[in-house]
Ligand binder design. Structure first.
Ligand code: UDP
Ligand code: MG
Length: 139
């Protein structure tokens, strides 16, 4: 069993796609172990998207990610990290296949509905970034 971090991004929050996004993860058998809504600070975003800091359009990504609060989820399941990345689809929503979350609900390369951890190392770090241990639940 693996846990992974999902962020339901501002495009999903503002267009009303949160429920459909969570529904798909639950239908695939993933369990919600943590859930919170939060506004992302500049400091947190610079850490979370450190690999994008040098991009000329980083400020655009930052302002998009701060345009509404986001919903953070800790999801658990077998091979959760890889399977959820497959369900989410590639970064660019316009290139994401039909049936993937980004392909069906996303708008473009930036407005792509969800963040999902891309490795076990990233998942460990990102879950700690968004959840204190008393905000994660085993049941
Ligand atoms: N992003 C963007 N343009 C790019 C690359 C990334 O707007 O050319 C945004 C997009 O919202 C993406 C996020 O920055 O989801 C993180 O980028 P990453 O390459 O890690 O893609 P992901 O892992 O989300 O597929
Ligand atoms: Mg990424």
């Amino acid at each position: 069993m693996e846990k992974t971090l999902i962020l339901i991004k501002p495009d999903a929050v503002s267009k009303g796609h949160c429920g459909e996004t969570i529904r798909r993860f639950e239908a695939a058998g993933f369990k919600i172990r943590g859930c919170k809504m939060a506004r992302l600070s500049e400091e947190l975003l610079r850490e979370h998207y450190a690999h994008l800091l040098e991009l000329p359009f980083f400020p655009e990504i930052e302002s998009f990610m701060q345009s509404t609060p986001v919903i953070a989820l800790a999801l658990e399941g077998e091979n959760a990290i890889v399977r959820i990345r497959e369900m989410v689809g590639p970064t660019d929503s316009t290139k994401a296949p039909e049936g993937t979350i980004r392909g069906d609900l996303g708008e473009n390369v930036m407005k792509n509905i969800v963040h999902a951890s891309d490795s076990t190392e990233a998942a460990t770090i990102e879950l700690k970034r968004f959840f204190n241990s008393d905000q994660l639940f085993d049941y």
